[in-house]
Design a protein around this ligand. Structure first.
Ligand SMILES: [Zn+2]
Length: 65
């Protein structure tokens, strides 16, 4: 994954599981931290748990029909 601002390859800084986090576990199950070695930008990506992804697909299929 490259930096949104300068296009440099980002460095993986770490992951945090969110399954045990009351605030997040129904929406995201993991957060990944990335950092740009060139411009210093910080990126956090939040992963959707599989049950949420399948729910999103169901909604999309319903909209299509
Ligand atoms: Zn950058």
């Amino acid at each position: 994954m490259n930096c949104y601002y300068c296009g440099t390859e980002l460095i993986h800084k770490g992951d945090n599981r969110l399954d045990n986090d009351d605030e997040y576990r129904d929406i995201y199950d993991m957060v990944t931290y990335l950092k740009c070695p060139r411009c210093g930008a910080t990126v956090e990506t939040y992963r959707r748990p599989i049950h949420v992804i399948s729910k999103l697909h169901t909604v999309r299929e319903k909209d299509a029909s």
